[in-house]
Design a binder for this molecule. Structure first.
Ligand SMILES: Cc1cc2nc3c(=O)[nH]c(=O)nc-3n(C[C@H](O)[C@H](O)[C@H](O)COP(=O)(O)OP(=O)(O)OC[C@H]3O[C@@H](n4cnc5c(N)ncnc54)[C@H](O)[C@@H]3O)c2cc1C
Ligand code: SF4
Length: 325
């Protein structure tokens, strides 16, 4: 499948990028690693007049610190995150999640910003134009019905990136640049849970940095995912867990899920359930039940919703118990 024609823009600064966004908002796609955008453009899911390649903006690359956070540039590759010794020591849930994305080659290209802003996925949507034409378009692109939940008006395409649940557990924030300057939001307020309008990012804005609070540094963490091909695949369910211990008791616990809703989500009440307790089988099973209750998978992917929901329980338990060793 070839690409449709577009104008290629290559800003060198955030200001220049924001200028292009202001001029071409609505007719421009941001390209970081391109590992998801380019295949989607080949499938004619996006046919922008302009593609803005932000890889020339050097200041968006790398890992740094400010007074209360570790700061990761949006263009930092997943390989750089996975291999960074300080991140591995201080934020293991993030490096573990990053290491499960796709394959080594895709992680060399793919960026943290692109992973956070990844489009939602659905069997009826991530297909070629010919396929979609023959089966009928849907709400997410060019149509007015949902094949997954017929009769409804909502798109349920699943948010299917691995690092956002880890970032949610860590209380991460993101920096966004736009025509009115810089704004910062907590990642937990960034997603909409709507499959066809996944994030609260204006068409004239871009994500520039990710902030990991120092207060979460040193938390124990693990990430487990379900996928069809172990060597290279999107998650069909994913669970991240993070906490610290004090005299054998859990503190600051967070559990987050991905790939089973149109947004990655912190599991409500997991924090309260684990706080002050020792980590044992009973606690891990109870958290698994809470995580499954927060999961609303539908027939958007290759495995059945029932199996994916059941696997959320299993993955939550495995992730938690892996941290007792
Ligand atoms: C075979 C295959 C397997 C994959 N498996 C996985 C997997 O297991 N887990 C997983 O999480 N992903 C997977 N992916 C998807 C993808 O490789 C990763 O999510 C990657 O991190 C995307 O980053 P990127 O820089 O390549 O994003 P791009 O493709 O460049 O962009 C992705 C989206 O984010 C937007 N965007 C990018 N950067 C910014 C920014 N700074 N501000 C605003 N918007 C931005 C783009 O406009 C686009 O909509 C897979 C892809 C393929 C092809
Ligand atoms: S969930 Fe429904 S509307 Fe959304 S992409 Fe799938 S079929 Fe289309």
């Amino acid at each position: 499948m070839s690409l449709a024609e577009f104008q290629y823009l290559r800003p060198r600064t955030i200001e220049e990028a924001v200028g292009y966004l202001a001029r071409h908002a609505g007719n421009l796609e941001i390209l970081a690693g391109g590992t998801d955008l380019i295949p989607s453009m080949r499938q004619r899911l996006f046919t922008p007049g302009y593609v803005m390649d932000i890889r020339g903006i050097v200041e968006l690359r790398g890992i740094d610190h400010d007074h209360d956070s570790t700061v990761i540039g949006a263009l930092t590759t997943l390989t750089a995150i996975e291999r960074n010794l300080e991140l591995r020591r201080d934020y293991p849930v993030l490096t573990e999640a990053a290491a499960t994305v796709a394959s080594p080659i895709l992680r060399n290209m793919g960026t943290l910003g692109g992973n956070i802003c990844l489009d939602t996925r659905c069997l009826w949507y991530n297909q070629s134009l010919t396929w979609r034409q023959s089966c009928g378009f849907c709400i997410k692109k060019d149509g007015d019905l949902c094949h997954v939940a017929p009769g409804g008006t909502k798109c349920w395409a699943a948010f299917s990136a691995d690092t956002p649940p880890a970032l949610l557990c860590l209380g991460a924030g993101i920096e966004i640049a736009g025509p009115n300057g810089i704004r910062r939001v907590l990642l937990k307020h960034f997603y909409t849970n709507e499959g066809d309008a996944r994030m609260k990012l204006e068409r004239n804005e871009l994500v520039t940095r990710v902030y990991l609070p120092r207060t979460a540094a040193g938390h124990r963490g693990a990430y487990r995912k379900l996928r069809v091909r172990g060597s290279i695949d999107y998650p069909l369910a994913g669970v991240a867990v993070s906490f610290r211990t004090n005299n054998g008791h859990i503190e600051d616990a967070q559990v987050a899920i991905t790939a089973v809703n149109p947004a990655p989500l912190l599991v409500p009440d997991a924090h309260q359930l684990l706080s002050g307790h020792a980590l044992d089988d009973a606690a891990a099973i109870a958290v698994g039940d809470l995580a499954a209750n927060a999961s609303k998978p539908l027939t958007t992917s290759a495995l059945t919703p029932e199996y994916r929901r059941e696997m959320v329980k299993v993955l939550a338990k495995r992730a938690l118990l892996s941290l007792t060793k």
